[in-house]
Design a protein around this ligand. Structure first.
Ligand code: DGI
Ligand code: FE
Ligand code: FE
Length: 201
């Protein structure tokens, strides 16, 4: 991924997203780049995934559903009820088809940025976390703590975000996608196993 390609993607995002979403997109891209610096990941891939992660966000629910149906992208029950969730699947499809992204890790980072998934790559974790902590985000609880944590222990930050998200969804009676719950369960377990191993060293 070259600097010129990244600039083109940024220009395209500025045109297709509304001003607020574009501002958020820049925040995610640069926060992802900072986390990539911290965790020795490729900065340009983090920028690219960050810029594209919400590329389908400003498409109407009807159109997102139509795109999924046309291209045989499966829609689960929770996604049917909350079609905004589909912006991750549709976004990863558009990244491949419209932006010619062939890097599977970048595609996965876009695909899994809303729910996460068990066994995320470092880049997927970076985009998932950057989406939550970018400077423009103001509403989530524990933001100050999680922002610091993200640069200290990435897996601990991941579990905290997943836990807070699940709590928020439960408190508002919002249906939970099975993948969000699965991801939380997976990282609670792996973090515990890591802690136990450290204790026994
Ligand atoms: O697109 P963004 O707003 O930047 O961020 P996002 O794609 O991470 O979406 C955030 C929203 O997604 C947030 O309000 C919580 C919600 N969300 C995360 N997991 C689930 C979920 N919503 C439902 N209904 N079910 C989930 O499992
Ligand atoms: Fe999103
Ligand atoms: Fe986002």
């Amino acid at each position: 991924m070259k600097a010129a390609d990244i600039k083109k993607i940024r220009k395209k995002m500025e045109k297709t997203l509304d001003a607020k979403r574009f501002e958020h997109t820049l925040g995610v891209a640069y926060t992802a780049a900072s986390l990539a610096m911290r965790y020795d990941e490729d900065i340009n891939r983090a920028l690219t995934a960050g810029l594209l992660h919400d590329c389908a966000k400003c498409i109407s629910n009807e159109k997102k559903i139509a795109i999924c149906e046309k291209h045989n992208i499966p829609i689960n029950e929770v996604e049917r009820e909350n079609p905004f969730l589909l912006h991750a699947k549709v976004g990863s499809y558009m990244a491949m088809k419209q932006f010619n992204i062939h890097d599977q890790d970048i595609i996965n980072a876009i695909l899994n940025h809303t729910t996460g998934r068990p066994g995320m790559s470092p880049l997927e974790k970076i985009v998932y976390i950057a989406d939550y902590i970018e400077p423009g985000r103001k509403q989530a609880p524990n933001l100050q703590l999680i922002r610091k944590m993200a640069f200290e222990n990435i897996d601990q930050a991941l579990v905290k975000i997943l836990g807070d998200t699940l709590q928020y969804l439960e408190s508002t009676g919002t249906p939970i996608d099975a993948m969000t719950q699965k991801t939380y369960d997976f990282y609670i377990l792996t973090n515990k196993q890591c802690a136990n191993t450290e204790e026994n060293l």
